[in-house]
Design a protein around this ligand. Structure first.
Ligand SMILES: Cc1cc2nc3c(=O)[nH]c(=O)nc-3n(C[C@H](O)[C@H](O)[C@H](O)COP(=O)(O)OP(=O)(O)OC[C@H]3O[C@@H](n4cnc5c(N)ncnc54)[C@H](O)[C@@H]3O)c2cc1C
Length: 754
């Protein structure tokens, strides 16, 4: 007994008296890590990338404590009157000037459209009014891009790029007063066309490896930079008048007094300067927006052209990381939502007016399943878009959440456009003015590739950045270890140990009670999913600690594992955004919350199972771990697919309802789209008439043949009224018209004329 008391006291002193703990545990640990080089080195550029942006509700997911009181009261913004007016007049007018098929045929927007874009300040949406821009909120900026993308991806990309990462954004945040005064008004009204040049033939995803160089030199008592660069894939590159250029700066003579290697720097380069080579074009999958290589040989710029002037030297990477992290939450989520809503709206109405085997194809279960997926993805994506924009508009820069948005919005769009294309069949494949989806389909892989190609975003950024940026203790531990600061390490490490034990206890509790030990604040259908997110989050937080301890510095290379953690984090975010929308829309869209909730929980459970399946795959640990794996799969977070639910969701977009209107709100209604809607509405109106004729057939009043061929006879016999007859006739005519596709004679086809 005495011995036990001594042992407990010794352990107590070691654990709870910091100076003793530091001497006996933390100090030796820091030394061991340094000696065995267990600590992966984190470069300065990696540190900047890791620190970029703010932590938002992602931090709570990493802590295992999502706070739904906070989540459900986060802003869910709305457009101002002025923004709404712009969206519904100026943007509509711009869309009405553009026929996307013509843009593809002529391989450019026409002159009037370019001029309109400039005159109406589309290139200056993010530029404040005081500099002549529109000064729009992130929500309005997104709404404009969304609407443009629902009509023409070319139009959307052209308007979007000057407002995303590029000269305007960088000057706004980091530029000198002179740069702001000179460039912002000229960028706002389109006198200057900007581009941003970072990517190179040998530096794509790894942008830190750029080889474009700038050398500082002195001439006539003034400091200049000589640039040599070779860039590719630059949007608006061949027509840009001002290039935002990223390069590595060196100062061999140390004229700036900051050493020889000054690191990545961004400057503004006038495209007319001697040595700049523009003019060639890339052809991004035939989608005719301007994208080109850009190079420069011995191009001379004054030092004052560095963004931020002399203070901006060496800060290029920081500027890029901070700005890119915000752009990821706006540009591509907006184009993707526009495209997804279009696919949903078109597939929903087309599948109703298109009849095969005597029925609207939307009635077939196979089609219904795809329609349900489209409807759910649209609901969830729009929820996440607005939720994220609310955070951005309130001043946050949620880097990890924005990476989730970039990855998932573009992946959802890719799925949605494929689903839409499958449903409309040949009408999606045959290009021409009547085709509403074909050109958008071409744009999907572009969105996947840009602003951080998706595979890397999933595997490296979402969880890789998140685990260090958002984890409450990891970053402090790493910096303490790097600096061999025993006191700081001790503090962070033991706080981490307590955190892990707390989460372990909570995880077991939630798991045994299937989440019922957690008290929800959501109402209606959302309550069930809030509970499951809380359970998923604490499991995620505990496993994150486990995986960090298990792989240590090697975790970075375990991309298949980090990708699955990224999927769990993303699913928790997308589902939380859905619950926020559910509340905003009056707690009434139960079917959507259930379908999306079940789907996201299946994704989470599947990821947990796959993580577990790939831990301890050999030896005694494999045997010991087996019961845990079994328990995890039996005590699943998720439940089975419901065919009844998917039936209801399919109905929500294949019938003309208030919900359908809400789902696809914000897209442009072109003439071709309007005709499809007219046919769709008339079809709905004529359904009771069709039922009357069918009843008459069953009663043997009318012969057993197609309903269309019986309209006259049914009218004569009084089965249907004259009004009903004309509505049904018109509906049939329109339905036949809207399923037609374009045809071209040889000459037109070969010349690509319309
Ligand atoms: C149409 C278009 C417009 C563009 N506009 C601009 C622009 O205006 N300005 C500009 O500077 N750039 C622009 N880009 C460049 C774009 O941002 C890059 O394409 C992107 O960074 C990817 O580079 P890459 O195509 O060379 O692919 P690579 O870097 O060669 O990557 C190929 C694949 O490998 C994956 N991968 C790479 N590294 C990893 C890793 N560590 N882990 C897992 N997977 C990895 C990627 O995810 C990708 O799937 C544009 C590109 C395109 C296609």
């Amino acid at each position: 007994m005495e011995i036990l008391t001594y042992i407990l006291i010794t352990f107590g002193l070691m654990l709870f008296v910091p100076p003793i703990r530091r001497g006996l545990i933390s100090g030796p640990l820091v030394l061991l890590v340094a000696k065995l080089k267990l600590m992966p080195s984190i470069s300065e550029t990696e540190k900047i990338a890791l620190r970029a942006g703010d932590i938002w509700i992602d931090g709570d997911f990493f802590s295992g404590t999502p706070n739904f009181k906070k989540i459900l009261s986060e802003p869910y913004p709305q457009l101002t009157e002025e923004e709404d007016k712009f969206l519904n007049t100026t943007v509509d007018e711009l869309c009405s000037m553009t026929i996307d098929f013509e843009v593809f045929s002529k391989r450019d927007l026409d002159k009037e459209t370019w001029q309109y874009l400039k005159d109406k300040r589309f290139f200056g949406m993010i530029i404040p009014k005081e500099y002549g821009g529109l000064g729009f909120s992130a929500l309005a900026h997104s709404a404009v891009v969304q609407k443009l993308a629902s009509h023409s991806q070319v139009l959307a990309i052209t308007a979007m790029v000057p407002n995303s990462l590029g000269p305007a954004e960088l000057i706004l945040h980091y530029g000198t007063d002179e740069q702001k005064k000179h460039y912002l008004p000229r960028l706002a009204d389109g006198r200057e066309i900007p581009c941003f040049a970072l990517t190179e033939p040998l530096a794509g995803s790894d942008a830190t490896s750029i080889s474009s160089r700038g050398e500082v030199f002195l001439k006539d008592g003034e400091i200049f930079i000589r640039l040599n660069f070779n860039k590719r894939y630059i949007t608006l590159g061949s027509i840009a008048t001002v290039i935002g250029l990223a390069f590595t700066l060196s100062d061999e003579d140390e004229l700036l007094g900051r050493g020889k290697d000054l690191g990545i720097t961004c400057a503004l380069v006038d495209s007319k300067l001697p040595g700049v080579v523009q003019g060639k074009r890339h052809d991004p999958l035939g989608v005719p927006f301007v994208n080109s290589p850009l190079s420069g040989v011995d191009v001379i710029i004054p030092l004052s052209n560095v963004i931020g002037g002399v203070d901006g030297v060496s800060k290029g990477w920081l500027m890029l990381m901070e700005s890119l992290s915000v752009g990821r939450g706006i540009s591509l989520p907006s184009t993707s939502t526009g495209g997804t809503k279009l696919a949903t709206a078109v597939a929903g109405s087309y599948s109703t007016v298109r009849e095969q085997f005597g029925l609207s194809i939307s009635k077939f279960e196979g089609v219904e399943e795809v329609l349900a997926r489209l409807a759910a993805n649209t609901y969830m994506l729009d929820a996440a878009r607005i939720f994220t924009l609310g955070a951005i508009d309130s001043g946050k820069k949620p880097a990890v959440i924005n990476a989730i948005m970039k990855y998932h919005s573009t992946e959802i769009f890719r799925k949605a456009i494929n689903d839409g294309m499958d449903i409309i069949g040949g009408a999606g494949i045959s290009l021409g003015k009547k085709n509403l989806l074909g050109n958008a389909y071409m744009g999907a892989p572009i969105a996947i590739t840009v602003e951080g190609a998706n595979i890397m975003t999933r595997t490296l950024i979402i969880f890789g950045q998140g685990v260090i940026r958002c984890h409450p203790h990891a970053y402090n531990e790493i910096t303490a270890l790097e600096e061999e600061d025993v006191k700081a390490f001790d503090k962070a490490f033991f706080a981490h140990v307590v955190f892990t034990f707390k989460n372990m206890f909570k995880m077991v509790l939630y798991s045994l009670t299937r989440g019922y030990a957690y008290f929800t604040v959501s109402k209606g259908a959302a309550s069930y999913y809030e509970r499951k997110i809380a359970w998923a989050s604490v499991t995620f937080a505990f496993l994150t600690d486990f995986i960090m301890a298990y792989y240590g510095g090697g975790l970075k290379q375990k991309e298949k594992i980090t990708a699955r953690f990224g999927d769990i984090l993303s699913a928790m975010y997308l589902l939380s955004a859905t619950l926020r929308r559910y509340k905003e829309d009056g707690n009434k869209d139960d079917d959507f919350v259930k379908y999306i909730g079940d789907e996201q929980l299946r994704i989470i459970q599947n990821a947990f199972n796959e993580i577990a399946a790939n831990l301890f795959t050999g030896g005694i640990m494999k045997v010991l771990f087996k019961p845990f794996k079994w328990y995890m799969s039996v005590n699943s977070l998720s439940r089975d697919v419901s065919d009844k639910l998917s039936h209801k969701l399919a109905l929500s977009i294949s019938t003309n309802s208030e919900l359908r209107g809400r789902l696809v709100e914000g897209i442009y209604h072109s003439n071709v789209y309007n005709k499809l809607q007219e046919a769709f509405k008339l079809h709905e109106k004529s359904i009771p008439t069709i039922h009357k004729i069918k009843a008459a057939i069953r009663a043997k009043k009318l012969p057993k043949t197609s309903v269309t061929s019986l309209i006259d006879e049914a009218t004569k016999l009084g089965v249907i009224t004259e009004d009903e007859s004309s509505t049904l006739t018109l509906a049939q005519q329109l339905k036949e018209e809207v399923v037609q596709v374009d045809g071209f004679d040889d000459e037109q086809y070969l010349k690509r004329e319309i």
